[in-house]
Design a protein around this ligand. Sequence first.
Ligand SMILES: *Cc1c(COP(=O)(O)O)cnc(C)c1O
Length: 400
Amino acid sequence: MGEETERFAGNFTQQEPIPEEGIERAVEIMRSGRLHRYNLVGEEEGEVSALEREFAAYMGMDYCLAVASGGYALACALRAVGVQPGDRVLTNAFTLAPVPGAIASVGAVPVFVGVTEGLVIDLDDLEAKSDMADVLMLSHMRGHICDMDRLKVICGVNGIRIIEDCAHTMGARWRGRLSGSDGLVGCFSTQTYKHMNSGEGGLLVTNDAEVAAKAVMLSGSYMLYGRHGAAPGAEVFEAIKYDTPNVSGRMDHLRAAILRPQLKAMPAKCAEWNARYARVEAGLKGTPGLTLVKRPEEEDYVASSFQFLLLDWSDEAIADVIARCLARGVELKWFGGAEPAGFTSRYDSWRYVQAERMPASDRVLRGILDMRLPLTFSLEDCDTLARIIRAEVGAVFQRA
Ligand SMILES: *Cc1c(COP(=O)(O)O)cnc(C)c1O
């Protein structure tokens, strides 16, 4: 086969299998019939509490709560920090629908902050909007981390509390600090396409005892909070337990059992993702018309997906690149597409929010192309992906 007809045969939605240890434990739990997190025998810890304890230790944080999904963790964090209906919450214009959705779910109003060519929150825009809200739901979208030092100064000066959406930054760091440990609350997803896979699931971490206790009560602990693996002492619960509603959204033992071995393997997996990212990046370097995303020195990313920009290209030319790549087996997602499709959508497609236009951000969003890099792809697969994208971007660019 000539190079111009090379096709990619990998499957972009194929994740690795669950580790055998997790499968065996899950089968044992199913045989026992005890799946609910509080369905324990005697003083047994249970898988969910064990996962909370282990994830808190991994993060170096005091408290951890396992919940039903990443989106649930975000909404739970908003409630736990006291966001009320009608309150405004700052958040990224470039993010995934469950982020503004979590804000809307508590009756609050998202205020979008722009995106830079580095695909992170525009800190100048954040500064300009810093008097509009006292909570920022910061989404480290697709694993890109903004200057967390400057962000913390802006938020500190303006009394803005930070809830971090770390759906794509589990294991990543800014200047050595784990993503999710800089804000008041860090929220993670363990949905299939994230860094650990339990089908659905979420984790929330904080060092604030009152926020942690409220989150535990909110998640549906009834009065069984004493059975948690990484929760504050009973006296903290005494102060809030009558006033905190049960907004049921617990994790179960099955999910926790398959996550625990994945947590142990996480650092090694992060390195595997980054090796794949580096191969795609090297293969695309210098492609005319294609802008690679510059990653800051201070950022230790975990690149489970790859983004590049076709800045100032026409919609037709971008659509053509996507179609040509797809014909050769390469699935690119376009965040700038006018209609929301699959998992992607733009801030103006969330019509329940009155959003003002952000022309500089619109220019970036229109040009963002995104590709998953599951660990079932080999390094050679990544070379192939880069070759195909390079050829098709080149063909369309030359013609234009
Ligand atoms: C997946 C995702 C979420 C939500 O996680 P779920 O577990 O699917 O609810 C939140 N933010 C971002 C950026 C995500 O990609």
